[in-house]
Design a protein around this ligand. Structure first.
Ligand code: HEM
Length: 447
């Protein structure tokens, strides 16, 4: 093993050992690698490298300075059958066009229009749950509710998905592409390849994808025929379709990209925010004082919502400790000018955001829940904070997501309280999107 500045170069036996640890438990496995070897670990094999890093300098190179040379699509290949040619996987000029046309629907004053529907739907759903008085798995319920709410504001206010099935299908498909499943599949492919066979997608995963596609096909067909009202974003996409600048397939793909990227991540953010608030009484007190102080104000613009400053900080801090997009990957497809190390083409860089956010070189007392770290919100735009990524590919929905989280937490603590059933930590199940290992069982009551 050769030491190279702060980068450790590991050999093949070590690579196998690390792969095993990652397949068993990605969060713990990657954590152990950093504990043993430092913040940048480089595995060399088969003429390409795999670099796992919690180094801000490398993150900056990949996400800002040299983002054009660091490709995302090739590193999320298993997701391509779901995402098609949508914004999450498109590249170069077509990505830029999609980003430009869609941005106004995720930033700017249009977001104000979403505030009331988001709050109303959330209260309605949670009132039903509270009135039932039964215990339920919080994370699963939040996902189902947010799936529908996100579809309503971004696609059509009339949409009625079979949300339990849809959440489970998206989970099944996305889980199959998570790092540990992906590694297992690669090994299977390698072994079957040696005897001349090709692995197929599992029947369960294929069925899930097929149902998601059927749902999207039907949805777009109904939107086209005017059977469903169109949300502003979809109205714009159909205008492009009328101008022949976009195909129906592209509209379907964008809807699936929004579904993939939007609801699960925000649901994860809300779930972990609840967990952290309920387990930190002093922070909860600060938050409820703020809610009490502002409870009679009409918070119907983004600017007015910003007065809920403490809740906002809670959201950023929850996303730091439990980043739903807990790792992302880039593949180096072209030579990176000025990169300190010589990196072979096709090498992969993994940025495990969960570990990055808990690196004591980057954040003081990294494991503690301290919303006050975000007193200066500018930190969230620095390379130290990767919950939404950074640079040109930074999450297009980041402003919407934070707005949603603030609205939901405000409305929840104004109107409801938990009758906590289960106290123990739910554990982490790091798929592509971080989930709990055992959902948190709760019951609610109205205040
Ligand atoms: C708490 C909630 C969210 C989190 C933590 C999150 C996280 C992220 C991250 C880390 C990235 C960058 C990935 C990379 O660079 O490889 C990203 C990109 C993206 N996100 Fe989000 N996201 C959230 C909510 C949303 C929402 C609500 C939407 C839309 C409805 C959305 C749509 C997207 C899209 C389309 C991209 C790709 C942007 C591009 O490449 O130009 N996200 N998100």
């Amino acid at each position: 093993m050769k030491k190279n500045n702060n980068c450790i170069v590991a050999d093949i036996p070590e690579l196998v050992k690390c792969f095993r640890a990652i397949i068993k438990d990605p969060i713990q496995g990657i954590g152990e690698i950093f504990d043993q070897k430092g913040p940048v670990v480089r595995f060399s094999f088969g003429g390409r490298d795999l670099v796992i890093s919690t180094d801000p300098g490398i993150a900056k190179q990949l996400l800002y300075d040299n983002y054009l040379f660091a490709d995302r699509k090739s590193s999320i290949q298993p997701l391509v059958p779901l995402l098609g040619s949508g914004i999450f996987v498109s590249e170069h000029q077509s990505w830029l066009n999609e980003r430009k046309t869609m941005s106004p629907y995720f930033f700017g004053s249009l977001l104000d229009k979403y505030i009331k529907p988001l709050a109303d739907d959330f209260i309605r759903e949670f009132t039903i749950l509270a009135d039932k008085g039964e215990s339920f798995g919080l994370e699963k319920k939040i996902k189902e509710i947010l799936l529908e709410i996100n579809l309503k504001i971004l696609v059509s206010p009339d949409v009625k998905p079979d949300r339990s099935l849809m959440v489970s299908d998206l989970d099944t498909f996305i889980e199959n592409a998570a790092i540990h499943s992906h590694m297992k599949n690669e090994i299977k492919e390698f072994m079957l390849g040696a005897i001349g066979l090709k692995p197929g997608r599992s029947r369960k995963v294929s069925a899930a994808l097929s149902r998601i596609n059927t749902f999207t096909d039907q949805l777009v067909d109904d939107l086209k025929k005017g059977k469903l009202l169109k949300a502003p974003l979809i109205e714009m996409l159909f205008e492009k379709y009328e101008e022949k600048a976009l195909s129906l397939q592209q509209i379907k793909d964008e809807i699936k990209n929004i579904l993939f990227a939007g609801f699960d991540t925000t649901a994860g953010g809300l779930f972990w925010s609840f967990w952290l608030i309920e387990n930190n009484p002093e922070k909860k007190r600060n938050m409820t004082e703020e809610i009490e102080r502002l409870k009679d104000d009409t918070l119907d613009t983004q600017e007015k919502l910003r007065t809920l400053g403490y809740i906002r900080k809670i959201c950023f801090e929850a996303l730091r400790l439990y980043p739903p997009a807990w790792m992302f990957t880039r593949q180096i497809l072209d030579e990176i000018p000025g990169f300190e190390e010589e990196i072979p083409l096709k090498s992969y860089f993994v940025l495990p955001v969960y570990h990055y956010h808990r690196n004591p070189e980057i954040w003081k007392a990294p494991d503690d829940f301290i919303p006050e770290r975000f007193d200066d919100e500018a930190v969230t735009n620095s390379i130290n904070y990767l919950a939404f990524g950074q640079g040109p590919h930074k999450c297009i929905g980041s402003r919407l997501a934070i707005m949603e989280l603030v609205i939901y937490l405000n409305e929840f603590y104004k109107n409801f309280e938990f009758e906590i059933i289960q106290k123990s930590h739910p554990g982490i199940n790091p798929g592509i999107i971080m989930k709990s290992r055992n959902d948190w069982q709760v019951a609610l009551r109205r205040k």
